[in-house]
Design a protein around this ligand. Structure first.
Ligand code: FAD
Length: 318
């Protein structure tokens, strides 16, 4: 079922969902299931499966010199989606990226998803590769997420690349896109970023999932502003519980978000990571309760491959 249909069917009840990251290649998929299993009792209507950018690796040649190669360390997004449908009878949402893919390759991914019966696609630009200062699009790929949304929407209308086929059989993907309550790091202003978000919705996006945030006020202001600009699709808040001291530095650095001073002070008081995890869980519970009281359609959790803290939150909230 489409995410928008799940939301409609819930008739105002807030739903629970989460995101998983494919394992590093070489690992067993069982580890992924072990983290999903404890969350199934909260009846998520869907699970998002991320796609990672490709990265540089260095291989030692016989001569002793290093050879640089590009590889994807966490492949398998669509395969994992198929396995989730099979194992849990749940709607998976594969993340489809502009970065690293030609439009041709993207079309093949979408055809695979369609054949598998996947109903939802999260359309994202992707971040810059680790070795790049700025995002560089694939020479034959989509530059911005709104271009990717247009490609998916074209397929929904039977339009393949190169106008090669006249299809009577249309795709019908529900399309999600990313939104940023604290502005995307590259956007010159919040208003510009929201205009770009509106472009994605106008291109065919059906719902928005936000970047993680720790201050609900920022989310509420973002939603108000988005609505005033004519963005009328569901906006789903994304929540990540703090789990270790390092998060205080890396989350603002990677995602260009602020952490509220009250949260930082609570974490600073902790002596162990176990205590920090507890603070993170408590904070996320409060955030989730306030969001639910405000009537959000869903609360979406960034599990980052670990389910114990998400389970502790969901047990109190759902
Ligand atoms: P866009 O919407 O294309 O925006 C990127 C920047 O360009 C913004 O600053 C925007 O204001 C600007 N912009 C947009 N359109 C235009 C235009 N037409 N002209 C000029 N400027 C424009 N990353 C991954 O690699 N894998 C994942 O699985 C993944 N999942 C995510 C899930 C969620 C819910 C979120 C919020 C993010 C996720 N990301 C993921 C991170 C995301 O790829 C990055 O934040 C990326 O930098 C931007 O992606 P976007 O789709 O928002 O890009």
């Amino acid at each position: 079922m489409k995410i928008t249909e799940h939301i409609e069917r819930a008739k105002g009840k807030t739903l629970f969902s989460f995101e998983i990251i494919p394992p590093v290649k070489g690992q067993n998929i069982q580890k992924l299931y072990d983290n999903i299993d404890p969350l199934m009792e909260f009846k998520p209507p869907f699970i998002d499966v991320t796609t990672s950018r490709e990265e540089h690796i260095y291989l030692k040649k016989e001569s002793g010199l290093l050879e640089q190669k590009i590889t994807r360390m966490r492949p398998g997004t669509v395969g994992i989606c198929a396995s989730l449908m099979h194992k849990y009878d749940i709607d998976p949402v594969p993340h489809v990226l502009c970065g690293g893919f030609s439009k041709e390759e993207t079309e093949y991914v979408l055809v695979d998803c369609h054949y598998l019966g996947i109903k939802n696609i999260m359309a994202l630009r992707g971040d810059a590769r680790k070795d790049e200062a700025f995002f560089t699009p694939h020479p034959e790929g989509n530059k911005y997420a709104n271009d990717l949304v247009s490609q998916v929407n074209d397929l929904n209308n039977g339009k393949y690349l190169h106008d090669l086929v006249e299809s009577q059989h249309l795709f019908d993907f529900c399309i999600g896109v990313a939104g940023y309550p604290e502005k995307h790091m590259e956007a010159p202003s919040m208003d510009t970023d929201l205009r770009r978000l509106k472009q994605k919705v106008d291109a065919g996006a059906d719902y928005v999932v936000t970047q993680m945030f720790f201050d609900n006020q920022k989310f509420f202001e973002f939603v108000d502003k988005a609505k005033s600009m004519g963005i009328n699709v569901p906006i789903i808040p994304g929540i990540k519980p703090i789990a270790v001291q390092r998060h205080l530095n890396v989350l603002p650095q990677i995602f260009k978000i602020d952490l509220p001073d009250d949260l930082v002070k609570e974490v600073d008081k902790c002596k162990t990571n176990k205590q920090i995890k507890k603070v993170g869980i408590e904070w996320a519970i409060q955030q989730s309760r306030e969001l639910i009281a405000a009537g959000v359609p869903l609360v979406h959790y960034y599990s980052m491959g670990k389910s114990d803290n998400i389970k502790a939150i969901a047990a109190k909230v759902f």
